[in-house]
Design a protein around this ligand. Structure first.
Ligand code: AFP
Length: 338
């Protein structure tokens, strides 16, 4: 097969009428910014980029130096491109307008610049997650409410994993595709077209240390997985937990599996741990486009009407059959308690 670069892939998508020129340019700019983040992360201690920045983000979490650097790289790269009306970052309270000196476009970009950043200092994979929405018509200065569109409205979503290899996984709503960064050439090259996540799996990902705080249906579901062959599922399951969502999702996109960040008593007041707009929606779009499923345990993530830019939700995603079992247990428990 002849190698296909990201640029060639984007041109093909444009010719097929699946994306317009502005969206294609936007993805090119995001990909270029992510190459710069890949360079920064790969320097490790030699780049002087490890450790805390000494500040907190809007979520009240300690920012790593690389959180701040990655955020700046993405903001700067996207400001002048002319394809954005505004962008929003997990690291910033409010949307970032496009400076007046640059032309504006019709898209809204949302991103988590460096997901899993608490893993940076121990040299474990981290990543960037992004989501693209259309700016509502006639809006020239987008406000928070213009971003609050359900995930079904996403025009594109993707993530980049900075691991042993740097990979970009991308969807425009016509399948999910993977590109691997050829470091010598400096280009993302198509490495898997139309990825399919197997419906069945025997591998799950969850932070087990929260077990005692989970709701009853989650206790039941994971209890049954742990019971293995002798239990009601009559099958042994294996567990993996990287604690970088990009790496856990990428494993699922590669060989199947299921990922959970459920509601628990500690985080109930916040609504969940992961952010709807920066993590759950883009990952749900990518996973659904690869044949998987994504719910909060109760509803399809992509159908949630967002109430805030930094809203948090529970996340169940991956191999369809397992997401369905866990979601059914939650719905049955809700009916029983209604
Ligand atoms: P950080 O970006 O602060 O490291 O958080 C990563 C994350 O949002 C997500 O990538 C992981 O799946 C999840 O948190 C890990 O959470 P635990 O700390 O509970 O393992």
């Amino acid at each position: 097969m002849k190698p296909v670069s990201l640029i060639q892939f984007l041109i093909e998508e444009r010719r097929a009428g699946r994306i317009n020129a502005e969206l294609s340019l936007l993805i090119e700019v995001v990909a270029r910014a992510c190459k710069r983040i890949a360079v920064a992360t790969s320097k490790g201690a030699l780049g002087g980029v490890l450790g805390n920045a000494g500040s907190d983000n809007v979520q009240g979490e300690a920012q790593k130096k690389l959180d701040v650097i990655s955020n700046e790289i993405l903001l700067e790269a996207n400001a002048w491109g002319g394809h954005l009306a505004a962008c929003a970052s997990e690291e910033m309270e409010d949307p970032q307008p496009i400076p007046d000196m640059y032309p504006k476009g019709n898209h809204l970009l949302l991103f988590d610049p460096l997901d899993g950043s608490s893993n940076i200092d121990v040299n474990i994979s981290v990543g960037t997650i992004f989501s693209v929405l259309r700016c509502p018509e006639h809006v020239t200065e987008p406000k928070v409410e213009d971003f609050l569109q359900p995930g079904t409205q996403q025009l594109a979503a993707g993530y980049v994993v900075y691991g042993p290899a740097t990979l970009l996984v991308l969807t425009f709503g016509h399948g999910t595709h993977e590109f691997t960064l050829d470091r010598e050439v400096g280009s993302f090259m198509l490495s898997r077209r139309d990825i399919r996540i197997p419906a069945e799996t025997a591998e799950f990902a969850i932070n087990m240390s929260n077990q005692r705080h989970w709701e009853a249906p989650m206790q039941r579901y994971v209890g049954e997985l742990l019971a293995g062959k002798e239990g009601p599922r009559a099958k042994d399951f294996n567990m993996r937990w990287v604690a970088s969502m990009v790496a856990d999702v990428h494993r699922i996109v590669t060989r199947g599996g299921v990922f959970f960040y459920p509601l628990d008593a500690k985080i109930k007041a916040k609504g969940g741990k992961l952010r709807l707009m920066y993590e759950a929606n883009p990952m749900a779009f990518i996973v659904e486009q690869a044949g998987g499923a994504a719910t909060t345990g109760r509803e399809r993530i992509l159908e949630i009407q967002p109430a805030g830019l930094h809203q948090r939700v529970p996340v169940f995603l991956g191999s369809r059959a397992e997401v369905e079992v866990a979601t059914r247990y939650h719905r049955e428990a809700d009916v029983a308690h209604a």
